[in-house]
Design a binder for this molecule. Sequence first.
Ligand code: NAG
Ligand code: NAG
Ligand code: NAG
Length: 394
Amino acid sequence: MKPGLLLSCALGASATIFYAGVAESGGEFGLWIDGSGQSIGLPGRFGSEYAFANPETVDILVDEHEINLFRVAFVLERMCPIETGLGVLYNETYFDLFKEAIDHITITKNAYAILDPHNYMRYNNPYQQPMSGSIIGDTSDERAATTEQFAEFWGELASRFKDNERVAFGIMNEPHDMPTQLVFDNNQAAVDAIRATGATNLILVPGNNWSGGHSWTQNWGGDLLPNSEFMGNIVDPANNWVLDIHEYLDADYSGTLPGCVNSFEEHMVELTSWLRENGLKAMVTEFGGSDSDECADMLTRALEYMENNPEYIGWTAWAAGPLWGVNSPCCTDRTQLGSLEPGSTAAGGGPGLYDNVWLPVFLPNLPDTLEWEGPIDSHVGSGGNMTRRFVSKR
Ligand SMILES: *[C@@H]1O[C@H](CO)[C@@H](O)[C@H](O)[C@H]1NC(C)=O
Ligand SMILES: *[C@@H]1O[C@H](CO)[C@@H](O)[C@H](O)[C@H]1NC(C)=O
Ligand SMILES: *[C@@H]1O[C@H](CO)[C@@H](O)[C@H](O)[C@H]1NC(C)=O
């Protein structure tokens, strides 16, 4: 515990965060290349190599900690096996296991879930993600899945979850190193396919360059144009979407270093202005910090920043999950401090990220405005009538 941190909570009336919780990382685990160059992990073994969420720890997080949002990762090559390709043919075993986790969160516990294809806008070789695999929609790569296949995949997933208003669709985790125009085209194709099913569920739209918040308006050279020139142009007939933002506090914004040096409130200013000018909302679905006082202060200010700026309506911290053990999802330079998973400890059994970050930093700063009724919706808190007029094309 770090008692000093408790001073900074309770924002009360100005609060704007309606959905808050954790990323459940684990469905994307167990893919690697072994010493002899053999690719391991497809389809993978459920429970040992990958798993989606532990229902018992989800219960603790909802019943005792009262968080209402879980972002649940899965892998495209397990949902749509490489033999049959990206599209409407699913591995029903993998899908059922994934749906079981989503149903537990949304139906049994009455919380909300974001579906997270954790694929970096790649498909066909997940063994060394985030770098391996063909870029979806890359017409110069004959092995690449097409934008149309990606849309078919999303249409199928949407049709399977459209009757559950507590489910949101995260189009893709962290696209990177590809033309920003293609990120946009894939995003728009996914939105079109989702809405063609009649689904009005919330959609989260990612950006290029790992969806990084601090660099949202930056030009990275060549065809890696700024996200701010594209992603505001998404056309959604149901008008129910937000930007999907990731923002880590370490030196290279990757979440792989223990030091917190890039303050959220300083580095998100341009994104926030762009959101405000364009009347857009965002959720920050990945961020985190290590167990230092410095990180605790910076994380606390990050949470306050989101609460004080109505452009942000939700967040999920990186990360909880059933298979981390003493390994850490972020912010530790390979030191084993465990994860945000309830009960998780550091190597040797001492306190780690759960005891030193989740309990003392995140929990006291949980907004008291979390929503438990109705659909997960980009218009939450706007005071208007949230019923949407969208009528299905079918
Ligand atoms: C589908 O997934 C299950 C569970 O991981 C696995 O046992 C099975 O081999 C997979 N089937 C295909 C065709 O990948
Ligand atoms: C985006 O790209 C720029 C330039 O390469 C880099 O400085 C920045 O940190 C990147 N953002 C993320 C989140 O990786
Ligand atoms: C919201 O709009 C719907 C559809 O037009 C209407 O039936 C409902 O009564 C409205 N609710 C409120 C609180 O205004």
